[in-house]
Design a protein around this ligand. Structure first.
Ligand SMILES: [Fe+2]
Length: 397
């Protein structure tokens, strides 16, 4: 076996990044590269990742050793750098020998195993820094890898991106978004319609404010779920209505401004809980959480900002006045010219946005006409996975 094809604990390709030296100190192998980068590799972690010493299954590239069997007596007995710059480790007490791809070790040293790696850095924006969404040509996106990659990068970075000149095919949203992974289905179906016929506005045969001609204030969809859909896409296939501009505001920027300028409101919105509920025949979706849900450290921001389904304050009565005052402040900021941008929906336009970060809304329709959007959701996991795969591949070319 040539060293270049040395198997790794995963299926990725790694640039061969020869190790300069290795020493063993206490329970760590100290691995160093010529540019000074160092990795302190713990003995039991090395053993778990020993592809050729029983740590990793070659067919699945998943770990094999139950923690209960990770013998406390396992030690790195000897570690050397091979002539090609790979790492070779002999373990005590069983004399098992394992080889490690130096490129795989280097990706660990560089932190590229972390959740945020291979993803663009998130960039908060306001109406001054992003007056219009980044816009790409939708007519060729399904066939043009460069456009698709740039569109995807901006979707993750800004949480908002737009296509124009998309086909008016009602399946286009599905065809595009399903390239990123599994569609997030909901009780509205995998792909749903936002359809308003002005003659029917206000009629009772709709289960959503979206299907009327009413204004929709800045909001995020489905806060009634434990994990609301990560991204939302809306494709305009027909629009004869006047007005009804699409509005967007970056919730990440609004939250940062709120924390700096109104810390008491920030505290209220990040700690006081509400019960959100989707009520309808045959469904009873509920989730309890704060308006600004920060999750655990490292979680993406989740704004639970949709007044039509914000059901009940789940807090002490004395907290309710400050809860409402804080929401009023947040919502006024999100709806202000400082943060909100507005664009018309033309047939062939498709907007994609981070449904947990970006607050979307719609102006009221001012006069008659048909308006038909096709929408779908997909979770953050799928979009980020696609982005990592694409950026990893590009790093090798
Ligand atoms: Fe919505």
């Amino acid at each position: 076996m040539s060293l270049i094809s040395l198997p790794t604990p995963d299926y990725y390709d790694y640039t061969w990044s020869a190790i300069a030296s290795v020493t063993v100190e206490d329970r760590f192998a100290i691995i160093t590269w010529a540019d000074g980068v160092e990795l302190r590799a713990f003995d039991l972690w090395l053993r778990e990742n020993a592809v050729d010493a029983g740590g990793v299954d070659l067919s699945t590239r998943e770990h094999l050793i139950d923690p209960a069997d990770l013998n406390e007596s396992i030690r790195v007995d000897k570690a050397i750098v091979t002539g090609d710059g790979a790492l070779e480790v002999r373990f005590a007490p069983d004399d098992a020998v394992a080889m490690y791809h130096p490129g795989w070790l280097r990706h660990v040293a560089d932190g590229n195993f972390r959740t945020e790696s291979w993803l663009p850095e998130l960039e908060p924006w306001d109406a001054a820094s992003l007056p219009t969404p980044s816009t790409y040509d939708g007519s060729t996106i399904l066939d043009n890898e460069e456009i698709f990659h740039d569109w995807l990068t901006d979707l993750v970075r800004y949480g908002l991106v737009r296509l124009e000149n998309c086909p008016l095919d009602e399946n286009f949203t599905y065809d595009l978004v399903s390239r990123l992974g599994a569609i997030r289905d909901t009780n509205f179906g995998p792909v749903w319609d936002v359809r308003a016929d002005i003659e029917l506005a206000g009629a009772a045969d709709t289960n959503s404010t979206a299907n009327t001609n009413l204004r929709l204030g800045p909001h995020t969809d489905l806060p009634t779920r434990e994990t609301p859909p990560g991204f939302q896409f809306l494709h305009c296939v027909r629009n004869e209505a006047q007005g009804g501009n699409s509005t967007m505001a970056d919730g990440a920027a609004v939250v940062a401004a709120l924390e700096a300028e109104h810390p008491e409101h920030y505290e209220a919105l990040t700690t006081l809980n509400w019960v959100f509920a989707n009520r309808g025949p045959g469904i009873d979706h509920r989730w309890t959480g704060p308006f600004i849900d920060l999750g655990v450290d490292g979680s993406p921001l989740t704004l639970r900002a949709f007044y039509p389904v914000r059901g009940f304050p789940d807090m002490a009565p004395e907290d309710m006045p400050r809860a409402y005052a804080a929401m009023r402040c947040f919502s006024q900021m999100a709806d202000s010219d400082r943060f909100k941008i507005s664009s018309p929906f033309r047939p062939g336009d498709l907007v994609g946005f981070d449904n947990r970060r970006v607050l979307h809304g719609r102006d009221a329709f001012e006069s008659g006409g048909h308006r038909h959007l096709r929408g779908t959701y997909i979770d953050h996991d799928e979009v980020r996975s696609s982005m990592r795969v694409a950026n990893r591949r590009r790093s090798l070319t």
